[in-house]
Write a protein that binds this ligand. Structure first.
Ligand code: PLP
Length: 291
């Protein structure tokens, strides 16, 4: 099987899956999701992602009818059913199926969706081009909800500008990107926006911050401005899908490129962690690059 769709226990090729029109995602985007990749048919950082997913559900007051352990076991078994060892592993839960009415439907059971598609991590040698976009999102960015319209619009702005990602800024501070976190390196310090309700606390962000600690790189969670980003030694984006990529341009102007050795150390350490995790769970102990 090349890709896989799952909906409440049914599986099949994504193109053939059908879902009920009254699923609350259709009317309200009423759900939360999480995503990571698999390598060697093993889901990477599974426990952290499932943990965050349960936290997102709790913040949206969605009561799951499955446990963290059951979800983890399900995802681990599904990634073995697809051909490619490297997959985007995406799952979401919606509040259930009910006629359109804003308040929570009484007695509806949550719907669990999963998809798996082959994934290729972006080439870290290619510098990222970014555009800045005003952050007009709501104050629940810490919850990984399905409500991603501003992110969709920002990603389209980036695409139209021939760029890879859009950097949100709000009231003078850089928050995050449309589908990744953004950080800067300045004078040997790793600076990243604080994990408040204006950003999603990325698992890639958590990993790179922990690695900074191990490598003796100070971490500063004070918000930074667009101007500080433009003057940084390096501008980095992280996510579970891209690991760590350095930007070369923001709004067409050159940025970063002044601490490439440190970027390389951080990226190698991040990718090294992935292969250690996979090897510890019976996969190949491959070295030397992203999956
Ligand atoms: N911020 C946003 C808005 C995202 O959508 C994502 C990933 O989907 C991230 C940050 C990075 O999160 P993670 O590192 O957990 O993939």
């Amino acid at each position: 099987m090349e890709n896989l769709g799952y909906y409440n226990g049914e599986t099949g090729p994504i193109e053939e899956m059908k879902v009920p029109m009254d699923d609350r995602s259709s009317w309200f985007g009423d759900g939360v999701y999480d995503a990571t990749i698999s390598a060697d048919h093993i889901v990477y950082a599974l426990e952290e992602h499932v943990d965050r997913f349960f936290n997102s559900m709790a913040l949206l007051k969605i009561e799951p009818d499955f446990t963290q352990k059951e979800l983890a076991a399900l995802l681990s078994s599904l990634v073995k059913k697809v051909d490619s060892p490297v997959q985007m592993v995406y799952w979401q839960v919606t509040r259930g199926t009910a006629p359109r009415a804003h308040a929570f439907p009484q007695g509806a059971r949550p719907n669990l969706w999963i998809f798996l598609r082959p994934w290729k991590t972006a080439d870290p040698a290619r510098g990222q081009k970014l555009v800045t976009v005003e952050d007009t999102r709501f104050f629940h960015c810490n919850i990984k909800t399905l409500n991603l319209i501003p992110n969709v619009l920002a990603a389209e702005d980036a695409r139209k500008a021939g760029c890879d990602e859009a950097v949100f800024h709000r009231s003078g501070r850089v928050t995050e990107c449309s589908r990744s976190n953004v950080h800067i390196l300045k004078d040997g310090v790793f600076r990243t926006a604080p994990a408040d309700s204006l950003i999603l606390a990325g698992i890639g962000r958590a990993h790179i911050m922990a690695l900074c600690g191990k490598l003796g790189v100070p971490v500063d969670e004070t918000p930074f401005s667009v101007q500080e980003m433009m003057a940084a030694d390096e501008v980095l984006i992280t996510s579970s899908g891209v690991f760590c990529l350095a930007a070369t341009h923001v709004n067409g102007m050159p940025v970063g490129g002044r601490a490439p050795a440190l970027v390389g150390r951080l990226r190698d350490a991040l990718i090294g962690e992935l292969w250690d995790y996979i090897a510890a769970r019976g996969g190949a102990a491959r070295r030397g690059g992203p999956p």
